[in-house]
Design a protein around this ligand. Structure first.
Ligand SMILES: [Zn+2]
Length: 163
């Protein structure tokens, strides 16, 4: 994983992507092929101290839209069901949860085991899981990896053609 400092240009692009000023920005964790931020690492607390457990936040609207479309296919229900029948998968997902928590706790312990995306027991948000996969390397989050592999419009589709 390579965390890059957030430049003024990045901050402006992220504000456009989100349609609001970004909060608790810490670093750029991944970029789209076109070069704009795709995933940011955020501080475990917002500027006013409110806990913000989502350590990796997906910012690219085109990638987010592609994932939303994937979510409508019911793939998350299948993924969750496989956790109870595939111990290796469940173990890998548990490790993803633990590494996410360890990274966040190293920055600022929130005193909660809640991570993101439904980890470790369920699959509730593929945006969060894909963000984790993109922020790390393949093998860190099995369902984030799977979801990325299922996306047909990224990274070679619309997103790559724009900045
Ligand atoms: Zn993008």
């Amino acid at each position: 994983m390579t965390l890059e400092p957030v430049t003024a240009d990045d901050r402006a692009v992220i504000a456009t992507q989100l349609g609001r000023e970004p909060r608790a920005l810490r670093a750029i964790a991944a970029r789209c092929p076109s070069g704009h931020p795709a995933v940011v690492q955020t501080n475990p607390r917002l500027e006013d101290g409110t806990p913000f457990p989502t350590l990796y936040y997906l910012t690219c609207p085109r990638l987010a839209a592609a994932i939303s479309t994937l979510e409508t296919t019911g793939v998350m229900k299948d993924m969750t069901e496989r956790l109870s029948s595939d111990p290796d998968l469940a173990e890998a997902y548990q490790r993803a949860h633990e590494s996410y928590l360890a990274e966040r706790d190293a920055l600022d312990p929130l005193g909660t085991q809640v991570t993101a995306g439904g980890m470790p027991g369920r699959v509730k948000c593929l945006h969060a899981l894909v963000a984790h996969s993109l922020a790390t390397t393949p093998g860190h989050n099995p369902f984030g990896d799977e979801a990325l592999a299922l996306l047909t419009s990224w990274p070679t589709g619309d997103c790559a053609a724009v900045d």
